[in-house]
Design a protein around this ligand. Structure first.
Ligand SMILES: [Zn+2]
Ligand SMILES: [Zn+2]
Length: 110
């Protein structure tokens, strides 16, 4: 309700989002009948770029990893996907350990 004329017809003044490089304004309200500003719009000053660092993720056998990234709303440095580890490496290690085990057994046999 308008405190000036008592009208219930209140209009919303839409705000705009503040971005890294542009100021924004908050949402306001004014009376349609007399134009009384019920809620004034306020300027939200842009703070400039504020980077947030996103830590790198180590790849595992189950999940892809990613390199470190930086963003502030939008990506500044987009992380790159590191493909998940494959079973091949795992398999090769297991085979080598079996061979290592075989050698001393043969040496002992002679
Ligand atoms: Zn009014
Ligand atoms: Zn930015």
């Amino acid at each position: 309700m308008c405190p000036n004329c008592g009208s219930f017809i209140i209009d919303i003044d839409p705000g705009t989002d503040v971005t890294c490089t542009k100021d924004g304004i908050t949402e306001g309200r004014h009376c349609c009948e007399c134009g009384e500003v019920i809620k004034a719009q306020e300027i939200v000053h842009s703070t400039g770029h504020e980077y947030e660092t996103v830590a790198a993720v180590e790849p595992t056998y189950r999940q892809d990893g990613a390199t470190e990234g930086k963003h502030c709303g939008d990506w500044i440095v987009e992380p790159e996907i590191i493909p998940k580890k494959t079973d091949r490496f795992h398999y090769r290690r297991r085979r080598r350990r079996q061979q290592d085990h075989d050698i001393p057994a043969q040496a002992r046999g002679s």
